[in-house]
Design a protein around this ligand. Structure first.
Ligand SMILES: NC(=O)c1ccc[n+]([C@@H]2O[C@H](COP(=O)([O-])OP(=O)(O)OC[C@H]3O[C@@H](n4cnc5c(N)ncnc54)[C@H](OP(=O)(O)O)[C@@H]3O)[C@@H](O)[C@H]2O)c1
Length: 336
């Protein structure tokens, strides 16, 4: 199969390129070339997608059996890719997000659930990464464009929490890192908190299998339902230091200590308020029936820790508590 990956140098799109190469495909990766090189064996094509028409010019009259597009924040990029390639490509995968759903509190939701209103333009860069609704709306606008132009051969994958090697968001990796270092580690005391994740290698391999099989339709791209407590337990079993003590701290203490949810500095990554539990509690029966296979969380934890070590365990993080912040929370918990 001849496959073009729009991206291919980082995390998911790189894993897609690797999976396609492993399957014996001829792989072209399109990126600016600022985030690194694609995997060995892939053909690198340098394009800046913010320049309309650049993709069409760079790929000339080439034909592809499959396209995988991960465009994050720009419906115009997606339309430009369709202009360039829809007439010369077979299967089309667009990687969307679970943030596309309008009601993230709904637990057990399926892909038929209502989505946010679409945003068809490119959002203001000042809000694009701080407003999940803008992100979700851009994904909906992008999905619409793909269905409109290639709906008869399109796979839309609404990604959930992607984890493992190459993750640049520092969320799941925070726990692999923290748990591997031992001592008293703050965890949110939220019984029943749902959690759901997918190892980037499993999602990538499934995307490539779908492209080969011609699977079309819309699917949530994440693994089976679990709980946050269970996931932390599985990470502990895989990479936990001897003597590790997971200290369950009530949410009232976390809030009073200014600890944030989900992502960002001074946060406990993966912790969600109940208003967002639906993000980590999707009914993915259809996805599993369509062939997504998932490895044990332990394997993802080991891959995440290896990646964390490569980035530097003590680096400044995008998500999580610093040692000093964690000590302050533990003091407040003990004295409060
Ligand atoms: N991480 C999660 O947990 C999560 C959850 C749900 C959904 N998702 C979705 O999953 C996908 C993740 O994709 P990803 O891991 O490959 O990362 P990504 O950050 O979405 O894509 C990065 C790729 O795009 C290229 N790129 C960036 N700007 C470009 C430009 N102007 N022109 C051409 N290429 C450009 C990058 O290379 P250069 O920088 O070298 O150009 C890189 O190869 C996204 O669609 C994301 O929205 C992620």
């Amino acid at each position: 199969m001849r496959i073009v990956v729009l991206g291919g140098t980082v995390f998911l799109s790189r894993a897609v390129a690797e999976a396609a190469l492993a399957a014996g495909d001829s792989v072209t990766c399109v990126s600016r070339g600022v985030s690194g090189e694609p995997p060995r064996g892939a053909t690198a094509v340098k394009v800046d997608r913010s320049e309309p028409g650049a993709l069409a010019a760079a790929l000339g009259g080439q034909e592809f059996d499959a396209v995988v597009d991960v465009a994050t924040m720009s419906a115009p990029w997606v339309r430009d890719a369709l202009d360039a390639l829809a007439g010369r490509a077979g299967h089309w995968t667009f990687v969307s997000s679970i943030n596309a759903y309008a009601d993230l509190s709904l637990r057990g939701g399926t892909v038929g659930q209502a989505t946010l209103p679409p945003l068809h333009g490119a959002p203001d860069p000042a809000v694009q990464f701080t407003d999940p609704e803008v992100y979700g709306s851009v994904k909906v606008g992008s999905e619409d464009a793909v269905r409109d132009r290639a709906g008869d051969r399109a796979l839309i994958v609404r990604g959930g929490l992607m984890c493992g090697h190459g993750d640049l968001l520092d969320r799941f990796g925070y726990w692999a890192n923290r748990i591997s270092r031992g001592g008293r580690a703050v965890v949110p005391d939220v019984p029943g908190h749902p959690m759901q994740l997918v190892d980037v290698r499993d999602l990538a391999a499934w995307i490539v299998r779908c492209a080969r099989a011609g699977t079309i339709g819309t699917y949530d791209g994440t693994g089976p339902r679990s709980t946050l407590a269970r996931v932390l337990e599985e990470i502990t079993d895989a990479v936990g230091a001897p003597g590790l003590d997971l200290v369950r701290v009530p949410v009232e203490t976390l809030y009073s200590e200014d600890v944030g949810i989900w992502y960002g500095p001074r946060s406990l990554p993966l912790w969600l308020p109940e208003t967002h539990w639906g993000m980590a509690d999707r009914d993915v029966t259809d996805t599993l029936d369509a062939g997504l296979t998932v490895r044990p969380v332990a394997e993802t934890a080991r891959a995440a820790l290896e990646w964390e070590r490569r980035l530097g365990l003590d680096r400044e993080r995008k998500a999580g508590l610093t040692e000093a912040e964690e000590r302050a929370v533990l003091r407040a918990h003990t004295t409060g």
